[in-house]
Design a binder for this molecule. Structure first.
Ligand code: ZN
Length: 138
């Protein structure tokens, strides 16, 4: 993969086509001062089309957030123009404060200070259930 345009930073690769913007927004990348590039519909042997995000700055990223949106994504860490680390994200077993329970009678809808916790109930179908009321997300 071409990492020429980045000196120190992060490349999020193998994002399903059209889903890059969702990750961009979920990670609040618009708030960064550095340059951020989203490449959409890049050709991929494995995926047909994919999205790629390049962040020109070393930063902590929320792996659970990326794994929840795109469990097939890979994270590439670039230092001094070299790829120094590469790993796959995975579907998190538990997500905290990444999304909200939609059940109006759920205790998290009433007690706003509670953490929004979901646990992975069905890995195959990526089903998460609210820890409090068991309502599923998808
Ligand atoms: Zn709930």
């Amino acid at each position: 993969m071409n990492i020429d345009s980045i000196k120190n930073g992060i490349v999020i690769d193998h994002i399903q086509a059209k889903r890059g913007m969702e990750i961009y927004e979920a990670l609040n990348l618009k708030d960064l001062e550095c340059s951020v590039a989203i490449i959409t519909n890049a050709k991929s042997d494995k995926m047909g089309r994919k999205d790629i995000i390049k962040i020109d700055q070393a930063m902590e990223i929320n792996m659970d957030m990326i794994g929840f949106i795109e469990p097939n994504a890979t994270i590439n860490i670039v230092k001094d123009n070299k790829l120094v680390d590469k790993y796959k994200v995975k579907l998190p077993e538990e997500i905290v404060n990444i999304t909200k329970c939609q059940n109006p009678r759920c205790i998290t809808s009433i007690e706003k200070d509670l953490n929004q916790i979901f646990t992975l109930a069905d890995k195959e179908n990526q089903v998460y259930r609210c820890k409090y009321c068991e309502m599923s997300l998808k």
